[in-house]
Write a protein of this length. Structure first.
Ligand code: ADP
Ligand code: MG
Length: 337
């Protein structure tokens, strides 16, 4: 038997050639290890939602909240707020961060469908045009002029802003109004509110086609009745109806509060998980007001219809979507059967 010759130990350190990058520092190694562990933590979550539709409703107030909304109380579905809509640097940054999250969702195989509101932005243009807004029980009375303004702002401005923010990352987002391809057939919701609508029928065909093409639909919540008359529909309600029609895995609301509170003005009463029975109790206790009501109703309706989970998250928290979807942390309120 012959043994292999043992190589001579190198006693002198060999000088690295100029092309070798400088040594990785301990801090860099630690950061890389942390990144790896974050990705590993995300893996089971990614597996669970891979290839499934997740409907994300981006609230007009989440958009505006980044630009410091004062007096953020329950103002109803489309209540007017201080602040300057999506114009400020902070709001632009918040939108960019939201867009990044949506693109990342898509990149790991989730099929996002975005639905957006725009109440504060409508209020802002109304004000600029010197048009008085009339509210009844916290709901905007929508005459023909107001409908025109709402449609211009939602379809022509907020929808475009979100589509552009996503498409910075590639040719992904396609903007739609509920009027397109008869996505949403509307019916008047209240006799005395004018062109405020309810969802009467959803035809999700176009959304399904877009999603199947790997695209990200971004939906403005204007619907039309059979005669073609347009209606402004509460975006929470639409998000719930779309999640149901698309048989989505999840429905996620990004709003301007940390979650559902059992007592509306007590932040210590935020509930992190609630079954439909618990939600029912909170509704009956009168603890849900204004703009939270259509969200909770949409969550209940969607979960009842088979959507696996519905979430109400704080859209002001950077990357709230990623935290909810891909980490053990979980943020906001989760509604389950
Ligand atoms: P969005 O633009 O996201 O639809 P809304 O203003 O319509 O925002 O709805 C969120 C608001 O609902 C919160 O800022 C809060 O003031 C109000 N609200 C009413 N009841 C509750 C509750 N029980 N828990 C949390 N928020 C509530
Ligand atoms: Mg609202």
């Amino acid at each position: 038997m012959t043994s292999e010759p043992v190589p001579e130990p190198v006693s002198e350190p060999v000088a690295a050639p100029a092309s070798v990058p400088p040594k990785v520092t301990r801090a860099q190694k630690a950061a890389a290890a942390k990144t790896a562990s974050v990705l590993v933590e995300a893996l089971p979550y990614i597996r669970r939602v891979w290839g499934k539709i997740v409907v994300v409703k981006y609230g007009g107030n989440a958009l505006a909240a980044a630009s410091e909304v004062e007096g953020a109380d329950a103002q109803g579905a489309d209540g007017p707020r201080a602040g300057d809509g999506a114009g400020s640097d902070a709001a632009v940054e918040a939108l960019a961060s939201f867009a990044q999250d949506v693109v990342l969702m898509r990149a790991v195989g989730i099929l996002p469908v975005v639905v957006h509101g725009g109440g504060p932005q409508i209020g802002e243009l109304m004000q600029r045009l010197g048009k008085e807004t009339e509210f009844r029980n916290g709901l905007r009375v929508t005459d023909a002029d107001t409908l025109d303004i709402a449609r211009m702002v939602l379809v022509g401005k907020v929808n475009r802003d979100i589509v552009s923010a996503i498409n910075v990352h590639g040719p992904l987002a396609v903007g739609m109004s509920g009027e397109d391809a008869n996505l949403i057939t509307a019916a008047p919701s209240h006799a005395d509110l004018g062109f405020v609508g309810n969802v009467s029928v959803v035809d999700p065909t176009m959304l399904q086609r877009l999603v199947a093409e790997g695209l990200i639909p971004v939906v403005a919540t204007i619907g039309a009745d059979e005669s073609g008359q347009a209606y402004n529909i509460n975006a929470d309600t639409v998000a719930g109806a779309l999640a149901e029609a698309l048989e989505a895995e999840k429905l996620i609301f990004l709003t301007d509060i940390e979650g559902l509170r059992v007592v509306p003005d007590d932040p210590t009463t935020v509930i992190h998980q609630a079954s439909l029975a618990v939600i029912d109790e909170i509704i009956r206790s009168g603890g849900i007001q204004g703009g939270m009501m259509p969200k909770v109703e949409a969550c209940v309706r969607a979960v009842r219809a088979g959507v696996h989970r519905a979430h109400i998250l704080d859209g002001r928290v950077p990357h709230a979507l990623l935290l909810e979807l891909f980490t053990d942390a979980g943020v906001g309120t989760m509604v389950m059967p």
